[in-house]
Design a protein around this ligand. Structure first.
Ligand SMILES: NC(=O)c1ccc[n+]([C@@H]2O[C@H](COP(=O)([O-])OP(=O)(O)OC[C@H]3O[C@@H](n4cnc5c(N)ncnc54)[C@H](O)[C@@H]3O)[C@@H](O)[C@H]2O)c1
Length: 287
């Protein structure tokens, strides 16, 4: 399979990441088959993509007339069998191993054998995911960042089994999407979360120990280190539950206590203070 022969891309899951991934492929001329389990999720995804395209028109990133063309390239479906036409596939279903395995196994049965199956997982071993399919050399991690239409990085994760051909094609495909792919090998947290989450965790420890307020920790990192967002503001954006889950992956994956999640983070998750999405985390948000 060559990169030139990729015309139609299946995106599995139309949530936060899936709608963004569909958006960037369609913006670059690909036909997208966007699959989710319920019609209402697809309706919501189309609305979100429409709003994000409007923003791009305002910023002159695309022309007004491009919007309907881009939307027309995204075919929404709840019927899994529709993905059989795809020349490349990206899964973006929720971060649960059992769910990812079942979706990948099903997709593996439906897609032509030569098609690459990429996962947008942020913490699950791509090697484990690859091993669950009959095409382990054509499985790879494509870790897009949120919000996908805006963020340049794609962390491209090579599973132990990923072939050179799959790897080079995926890197080239990211370039075609006008993204900046960075290659990493499969390891807990890859690079992005292995470096980011200990910083967020340490910031939470500093607050728990009364070293400084959340505002002060974030101000130090923004004003002193030139970070556009403070670590705790970012944690609220990511979701504190997601942060704790990723820390647990690092803790278990390396067996190293330096990754143990801050008890205060766990307590906040137990209280349902998950950050922006619940209106309360380290900061309060109007709902
Ligand atoms: N949200 C982020 O900031 C972020 C960043 C990078 C990577 N990720 C990763 O991206 C993936 C998706 O995360 P998200 O935040 O978009 O989740 P989400 O919950 O917003 O969306 C997931 C979507 O998948 C759908 N889904 C569930 N089962 C399905 C199935 N069998 N077939 C098709 N669709 C199905 C759900 O209905 C939902 O709409 C996860 O692996 C996550 O770790 C998330």
């Amino acid at each position: 399979m060559t990169i030139e022969s990729i015309r139609t891309v299946a995106v599995l899951g139309a949530g936060t990441m899936g709608n963004g991934i569909a958006h960037v492929f369609a913006r670059r001329g690909y036909i997208v088959i966007l699959r989710d389990v319920e019609e209402s999720f697809l309706v919501r995804a189309r609305q979100t993509i429409g709003q994000n395209l409007d923003r791009e028109v305002k910023k002159a990133k695309i022309e007004e007339g491009d919007k309907p063309k881009i939307l027309a390239r995204i075919q929404m479906t709840t019927d899994f069998s529709q993905i059989a036409r795809a020349d490349f596939a990206v899964e973006a279903v929720p971060e649960r191993l059992d769910l990812k395995l079942s979706v990948l196994r099903e997709a593996d049965k439906l897609l032509r054998p030569e098609v690459v199956l990429a996962s947008n997982t942020s913490s699950i071993s791509v090697t484990t995911l690859a091993a669950a399919t009959g095409r382990p050399d054509r499985v790879i991690g494509m870790h897009f960042m949120n919000p996908v239409p805006v963020m340049a990085l794609v962390e491209v994760i090579r599973a132990l089994q990923t072939s050179d051909e799959t790897f080079h094609m995926t890197m080239a495909l990211c370039e075609r999407l006008e993204k900046k792919p960075v290659a990493v090998n499969d390891a807990p947290g890859f690079v992005s979360n292995r470096v980011l989450l200990p910083m967020i965790n340490e910031a939470a420890f500093a607050v728990m120990e009364g070293v400084a307020t959340a505002e002060a920790v974030d101000a130090v990192m923004k004003l002193g280190m030139n970070h556009p967002m403070g670590p705790l503001e970012l944690a609220d954006f990511i979701g504190l539950d997601v942060c704790v889950n990723i820390l647990d992956v690092l803790y278990e994956g390396f067996g190293d206590p330096k990754y143990r999640a801050c008890p205060q983070l766990r307590k906040m998750v137990a209280a349902g203070w998950l950050g922006r999405k619940t209106g309360r985390g380290f900061y309060g948000y109007a709902k």
